[in-house]
Design a protein around this ligand. Structure first.
Ligand code: SF4
Length: 289
């Protein structure tokens, strides 16, 4: 299929998603902790954004809206979204597959130059991998050295632990889920992504998730939780609750790299996986249902 045809099919696909009421890719509904009741919800409570943010045409939260929040602000990417803001074609016809859409997105990401501190040092971009129809998506922080070399997310020691969490912990196969990161380029020396870099890469993340449409998302670590949910709350306060990103339910846990450094925290991570399984309506392995 010619590039122009793929492009047209992608636009048609996004138009179809829009007609179906899926309009979360510009910006997810934002969880605003300060609007929640003062008391802490119990573990497993589903936390929804305030009603004024839940309409199908909920607007992106801009810098002004974030200005009143405590702590550092998360910048909103100012560049156009990769595809959805272009004029939608009116033609119908065969829609592109999710594989086509992700392939097109990955090609665009490979040419991305938005982060001047990252582009010169990357070997390649690391888009994401897994089931394009995954019910569950894992989101980590950024590629490391192994990921940068191989072009795939979570392939080093942390990746092996994530695989164990998925297979031995949750009783699923890694091929069933989708795995990606907040950033698609490795930060030098594996430093934490800056807020600006996370904002730059956010449109790619939103577009990817709008194609896959996972019903459940697991944030791996504080950076993933901070930039997906746009909150400054520490990971310790985000764990044990169910958050929302658009229509997807979100559970936060520790990053596998942190668990490798702090194996005593694996028990806490297992509690998070059990919450995730309960939220998904899946049995907890090793426990009689
Ligand atoms: S991290 Fe994301 S936004 Fe920044 S250069 Fe890489 S692909 Fe582009």
């Amino acid at each position: 299929m010619a590039t122009g045809d793929i492009h047209r099919k992608i636009l048609q696909r996004f138009e179809a998603l829009y007609r179906a009421g899926i309009r979360v890719w510009p910006r997810p509904q934002v969880v605003e902790p300060s609007r929640f009741p003062a008391s802490e919800p119990s573990a497993g409570t589903v936390i929804s954004p305030p009603s004024h943010q839940t309409g199908p045409m909920a607007q992106p939260l801009g810098q002004e809206a974030l200005a009143g929040r405590a702590g550092s602000q998360v910048p909103i990417a100012t560049e156009p979204m990769p595809m959805h803001r272009r004029a939608c074609p009116t033609g119908q016809g065969n829609e592109p597959s999710r594989e086509d859409l992700l392939r097109e997105l990955a090609e665009q990401v490979a040419a991305c130059q938005r982060c001047p501190a990252l582009v010169p040092y990357r070997t390649q971009t690391v888009f994401g991998m897994g089931n394009p129809r995954a019910e569950l998506a894992f989101i980590g922080e950024a590629p490391g050295a192994d990921e940068d070399r191989l072009g795939k997310p979570f392939v080093g020691r942390a990746g092996q632990l994530l695989t164990d969490m998925i297979t031995r912990g949750m009783g699923m196969r890694r091929e069933e889920v989708y795995i990606c990161n907040i950033l698609r380029c490795r930060p030098p020396n594996n430093r934490t992504p800056t807020a600006e870099e996370a904002g730059n890469c956010r449109p790619w993340l939103d577009a990817t998730l709008s194609v896959i449409q996972p019903r459940y998302i697991c944030c791996l670590g504080a950076t993933a939780a901070k930039y997906l949910l746009q909150t400054d709350q520490p990971i310790g306060r985000l764990r044990g609750k169910v958050w929302e990103y658009g229509a997807a339910k979100v559970v936060c846990t520790y990053h596998p790299a942190f668990l490798l450094r702090s194996p005593n925290m694996k028990k806490e991570a297992w509690e998070d996986l059990k919450l995730l399984l309960r939220t998904m309506g899946r049995p907890i392995p090793g426990r009689a249902s």
